[in-house]
Design a protein around this ligand. Structure first.
Ligand code: GLC
Length: 403
């Protein structure tokens, strides 16, 4: 019988796409044939930990190679001239570059590059990728940071990677409540941004969707820290200090600006009003991965995570807690409204390990492995029954093999 690791390798190979000048792993063969930024970064992390750093390098170089000159790291990249690509082109005709999204996703890429570095100690790879990572993080820190806050903004729910998370509902207006409404609103708001060439200044001025999202900012702070580590590794101590300080500031900003003391959870900020969007989701737990989270607040998060009425279900960690009105454990038309996803399990388990909470991290690891053994590498899972939902043979669920 194949081990979970071998099954993971098999799936990553099955979803791998190679061309003249690219190599990447598609999230799934059917619905997601292209390269997605945070998916690709997760795939690279798995390949790295499964002893295939070479593939991880190729995948990350393909991704970073498609960065736009200003530092935008596209959330979707279309490499293959297939029918699917044609359909997507027709659908996303308003993108300034037809093969690349003008939006971004949580910058997991910096964690993936650090993973390659810590596995291979390949200085050449670091010298090739660090300037690109730096350009992207500079772009985030200048073009996506407004006012005096150290947090960065997302301009579409798609940029969070948590597309239809309930917290976004109230920001999307009445149309979103019609059948297919959220999709219609997301596409039309992207087209509206296209009218202004996706220029951040214009988007802010027009008071379009502008949110400081907790998971995105946590990954941003962790990414800055990874940059600090890597600059130190190549002996650029000045830059190492700069990025560590930025990571510290971003982390502290999450901990102070997004914290809701009454509930002990972290919430997104609607930048237009300055208000917290008090709608719990798995994103609310992410700051436990930060190294500067105060002990008391860390413990508050752990007690939410381990509460059977909230996140500690038979197969943790649901994307929305059980006691939320929005909790839907079964597959639905909209994503991230209840099911358990393996990538958020991995991010939280890594955070717990960092804080020495091995037992809890192991429990998440166990549950994730069990999900995959029972139901295969699915896009997401019912947190009560373990049944798989969405796409089959889904790439980042291979994280279960290394969690
Ligand atoms: C869905 C997910 C997003 C992911 C994409 C490709 O849109 O919400 O996070 O990157 O699929 O797998």
């Amino acid at each position: 019988m194949l081990s979970l690791q071998d099954k993971a390798k098999q799936l990553l190979d099955k979803n791998a796409r190679r061309g003249k000048d690219f190599y990447y792993t598609a999230p799934s063969g059917k619905k997601y044939p292209h390269q997605w930024s945070w998916d690709s970064s997760f795939h690279a992390i798995v390949n790295c930990r499964l002893g295939r750093a070479g593939l991880a390098k190729e995948e990350l170089l393909t991704l970073l190679g498609k960065m736009l000159p200003d530092g935008t790291l596209p959330h979707i990249i279309l490499h293959e001239p297939s029918l699917a690509r044609f359909a997507n082109r027709a659908f996303r005709f308003y993108w300034p570059k037809s093969d690349r999204s003008p939006l971004v996703q949580p910058p997991v890429v910096a964690l993936a590059v650090r993973e390659v570095w810590q596995t291979t100690y390949d200085v050449e790879f670091l010298q090739e990728t660090l300037p690109l990572l730096e350009r992207h993080f500079e772009w985030l820190g200048t073009r996506r940071r407004f006012g005096s806050s150290h947090l960065v903004s997302i301009f579409s729910p798609w940029e969070s990677g948590l597309d239809h998370k309930p917290g976004f509902d109230r920001l999307l207006g009445h149309f979103a409540r019609l059948p297919f409404g959220r999709y219609a609103v997301l596409y039309t708001s992207e087209m509206r941004m296209a009218l202004h060439r996706f220029d951040p200044e214009e988007i802010v001025k027009r008071r379009y969707f502008n949110v400081r999202e907790v998971l995105f900012n946590t990954v941003y702070a962790l990414g800055l820290e990874a940059l600090g580590t890597m600059f130190a590794a190549i002996g650029d101590l000045q830059k190492a200090d700069i990025y560590r300080a930025r990571s510290d500031s971003a982390g502290k900003a999450i901990l102070s600006e997004c914290y809701d003391k009454a509930s002990g959870l972290y919430f997104d900020i609607d930048v237009r009003t300055g208000n917290l969007i008090r709608e719990p989701s798995v994103s609310s737990l992410m700051p436990l991965a930060l190294n500067n989270v105060p002990e008391e607040d860390y413990q508050a998060l752990v007690s939410h995570l381990t509460n059977p009425d909230e996140f500690w279900l038979r197969f943790p960690i649901p994307s929305v807690p059980r006691n939320s009105l929005h909790f839907r454990p079964t597959p639905g038309f909209y994503l991230w409204r209840g099911p358990t996803w393996i990538n958020t399990n991995w991010l939280i388990a890594e955070g717990l390990r960092r804080h020495g909470n091995v037992e809890l991290a192991d429990a998440i690891s166990q549950a994730s492995k069990e999900l995959v053994e029972r139901s295969g590498f699915r896009e997401y899972y019912n947190p009560l029954t373990g049944e798989g939902g969405g796409e089959k043979d889904f790439g980042w669920s291979t994280l279960a093999a290394i969690i």
